[in-house]
Design a protein around this ligand. Sequence first.
Ligand code: ATP
Length: 675
Amino acid sequence: MATDNLLLKNRSPDVKVQIAPTQPKKLTHLPKRPKVDLAFSNLTYTVRQGKKDKIILKNVSGRLRSGELCAIMGPSGAGKSTLLNILTGYKTEGMNGQILMNNNERDLSQFRKLSAYIMQDNQLHLNLTVDEAMAVAAKLKIGEKKSFEREAIITEILDTLGLLDHRKTMTSGLSGGQKKRLSIALELVSNPPIMFFDEPTSGLDSSSCFQCISLLKTLAKGGRTIICTIHQPSARLFEMFDQLYTLADGQCVYQGSTTQLVPFLATLGLQCPSYHNPASYIIEVACGEYGDHTRKLVCAIENGKNDIRDGKSFPELKLNDGLNNSDAYMKENMNTVIANHLAKDTVKNYDKNVNLANAESLGQGIKESVTEKDVEKADVNSTLLESTIPVKQPRYGNSELQQFFIILRRALLFSRRDWTLMYLRLFAHILVGFLIGALYFKIGNDGAKVLSNLGFLFFNMLFLMYTSMTITILSFPLELPVLLKEHFNRWYSLRTYYLAITISDMPFQTIFCVLYVTIVYFMTAQPPEPERYGMFLLACLLVSFVAQSVGLVVGAAMNVQNGVFLAPVMSVPFLLFSGFFVSFDAIPIYLRWITYLSYIRYGFEGTALATYGFNRPRLDCFTKYCHFKVPDTILEELDMNKSSYTIDIVALVVIFFILRISAFLFLKWKLKSNR
Ligand SMILES: Nc1ncnc2c1ncn2[C@@H]1O[C@H](COP(=O)(O)OP(=O)(O)OP(=O)(O)O)[C@@H](O)[C@H]1O
């Protein structure tokens, strides 16, 4: 196993600590991608809070270079996540300022094809093995490659990330650190040249933190631009970062290499105590523990405009100056005078009384950081990166048709493995079927028990409605965070996902419904004619599909807690106006329109017509008098003698499509509003 040694320097230039990261392997099979350097200037982000605007980022600037691992740090509430969300393109509204990609105005669509955003909570499908999750990601993201090539890429990534031994492990069984690595592995299949990580070390122990940051460092050394927000790393972790971008109260208080931090602070009269973690020190300074230095720091660094390593404010750079880090390295190597220039600039910028000796020590720090980088640069494997960005890149890694089948297959696999979704549902349909069958046993052809039989027909609607609706309300919102991540990272289009996910459950819903209806239909002795059975089943099936669509709308529009309460409450009017409790004629005219919206009404009417309509012969009568012996009398009593079964079916189909489209629109809105 090839290992690269990282030379990590303590603050004192004389003391060197050697740390061997656990997985600095090289990735050679990945698709080639261009290098991406990012610069932003005068970024402002405002949110509306009540009647006022709240400014979260205040005119910050900065640059993030390829081949570097950059940490965004700052006290809680400083705006780290906000900055990350803006840089990834996750948040676009409320933002002002300029973002440049490789020195040109950033085209967000182009940028999103080249970047990956790994969110804090991993957002993984727990019901897949590592291998299956990787295979799905590879098929979706690099579908154009042959299967053996994809396999080689997957093996290489898993090997590099130390997950090879866990290929067959379910994601739910992985440790926190392994889940984090899997999240990275999934995005790495398409080799994004710029990767963003929101708190990649949160919830990890110190060893896993180290592994995680080592891995990010390795990725950066491959020429990628790696940016992560981090909360106060240990000194050992801190020194692994190439660049530090520090925020305080929405402003930039430091931008430069980690090695330059202490000398820079010293130039401002802020002496980091010996053996004190510089990462903790800058946070303490930003929090105001040593007095209010924020303004001074912001001024010195020109709110991020000042590029410590080049010694220039970056907007002054000419467009063809090249932001690529390779150029920056060359500049640093060729002209160490820049260091002194910067030191002087820093001094000039804010505090005229600063000690020049300190400034020189800052210059010294820069020179040393160059030397250190040269050591690292020898290990950089940048062959994976192309020098230019292809003019036209496909939006997704695979065609929409292929995406559909991949997601469908994955959804079917989830369903097979989801105990609640599958076995509990199956069990409930069979058990309730037998219970109802026993309760209404053989009443279907008994003229004296017609009212009970109508109760049975109505209960069918109720049962099918609640089972299909609630299961969707409970399961669909849980999918949303993963959907949000995968969709944002351009795995697939939303419409393909939606189509696959809505179709995937239909076969199961059909099987459960057929099982239930068959059990109750024959146990309760409904007319044993195949046509009537078919019509009865069709009405029941459509009701369960429509109810499932209601579940999708509710699941897409609100969270589980609200959905579980509101959906049954919202269903009450549909049940009331179903025609079972009040016949159509008895409903006040101004409320009758609700009956046209009630899918339960169409379902109930459909099953009633299938049971008693179409010239059904007289029912048996085992008592002296049976009022509803003639089936037409029953339909008359229900105001259904003029109703049409076909219209009921058409209405259910129309409602089904309207609801499915609405659920899609809600989903689209939800994804947008979540950002
Ligand atoms: N939509 C919003 N509405 C109101 N305030 C917001 C909104 N989004 C962010 N903020 C505020 O902006 C500030 C910065 O938030 P942000 O999440 O970026 O901070 P952070 O540095 O990532 O904090 P932490 O380290 O605690 O996660 C906070 O004070 C937060 O309350």
